[in-house]
Ligand binder design. Structure first.
Ligand SMILES: [Zn+2]
Length: 373
């Protein structure tokens, strides 16, 4: 079986300049649950490999109906549909996918996604792409240098690397998702929160496939990403100086993400318990239950990243006055990037006179409060 995997390097065309708005925003056309989504998949074929999609090298004694690559591609589409159905708690509906293979010579060695998409439309017999249809064009000879190309709120995407992760990621752009980013301020000092001290890593969030995670059957998106784009779950408003209980970020309950706005900047709080649902091992996050804070805004952060969605706040344990990792130092890598806040910690929100206090971190839920300074 062919396992095709590559580091996710994707480029986004940002068609929407509107800044990220929280849960209450109007549903986008692509996210209208009454629209049936449909994938039209076109595999372009290299001239030098006319049987790229249809070759079969296994046992021929059993009934073989299609090539290994086409079969693999169908598997990635099935996995991507499962992912987006799970992520929307079943609200997103998909019709039957269609698959087409271009004649040898259609996978041209060039960097021209428009020409590839036009060729794919012709092969699929599409004069235009209806709302809800996502034209997936695969050109393994694409020389642009990205694994995939999606369009914010668009209905067409191009893949060079046609693994499940890239397909899910680019579909995410079609569904209006921006990248899951991280923000880090030098010396982990968020009291100096500005464009010279702080850095945005556009794909930095390990939590999901709009960041730098890989697909696996349990993969999902951060609750903040789901809340800001799909309103599933809906982000709840924080009450200042009142204890707030937040559940672990699974798909089932509604107390998954809380939001707070200060002077146009949004802060999102969710609870994360590491370990069980991670698909690849990360050495760079705190392996303890943690309250994660993601931010949308300010404008300078967006200017530093190409297309910045929610930014996960990161710190380095070695830069904190007291280590919050607190395990055998010899078992640790030299540097721990922290992605959250543990029981007992206090943290002043970057750019806002409010302090987070993490009161408890239980097996499935945590309690925190936000107080004004
Ligand atoms: Zn992307």
């Amino acid at each position: 079986m062919h396992r095709i995997k590559s580091k996710l390097v994707a480029l986004v065309i940002v068609a929407l300049i509107a800044s990220l708005v929280p849960a209450a925003s109007a549903a986008q056309l692509q996210n209208n649950w009454s629209t049936t989504q449909k994938i039209v998949y076109v595999g372009l074929t290299p001239k030098e490999e006319p049987d790229f999609w249809t070759a079969y090298e296994g046992e021929t004694t059993t009934a073989v109906t299609e090539g290994e690559m086409l079969s693999y591609a169908k598997g990635t589409v099935a996995d991507a549909i499962t992912f987006w159905k799970q992520t929307t708690r079943g609200k997103m509906k998909f019709g039957a996918s269609k698959f087409f293979i271009g004649k040898p010579g259609t996978a041209v060695k060039h960097c021209n996604s428009n020409a590839d998409s036009k060729a794919a439309m012709k092969i699929a017999g599409l004069k235009s792409i209806p709302v809800g249809t996502h034209l997936v064009t695969v050109n393994v000879n694409d020389s642009c240098g990205y694994a995939g190309l999606g369009q914010q709120g668009g209905n067409s995407l191009n893949l060079r690397s046609f693994g499940t992760t890239t397909l899910i990621h680019e579909l995410g752009h079609n569904f209006n998702f921006y990248h899951s980013s991280t923000i880090y301020c030098s010396n982990s000092d968020y009291t100096k929160f500005n464009s010279t001290k702080c850095y945005v890593e556009e794909y930095g969030d390990f939590r999901d496939l709009m960041g730098n995670d890989d697909w696996c059957p349990d993969a999902t998106l951060s609750a903040t990403q789901r809340a800001t784009i799909f309103s599933i779950p809906k982000a709840k408003d924080i009450k200042i100086a009142v204890d707030t209980t937040v559940d672990e970020s699974k798909l089932i309950t509604d107390n998954l993400v809380y939001q707070f706005n200060y002077k146009g900047v949004w802060y999102f709080f969710e609870y994360y318990i590491p370990g069980e649902e991670r698909c690849i091992a990360f050495k760079s996050f705190l392996a303890k239950p943690q309250i994660q804070i993601r931010m949308a805004g300010p404008a300078w952060a967006k200017a530093k990243g190409n297309a910045v969605g929610p930014m996960l706040i990161q710190r380095q344990d070695s830069e904190l006055p007291t280590s919050v990792v607190n395990v055998d130092p010899e078992a640790l890598p030299a540097r721990w990037l922290l992605t959250g806040f543990v029981e007992g910690e206090k943290f002043q929100l970057p750019g806002a006179p409010y302090v987070l206090t993490v009161k408890s971190t239980g097996a499935t839920s945590a309690v925190f409060s936000l107080t004004k300074i």
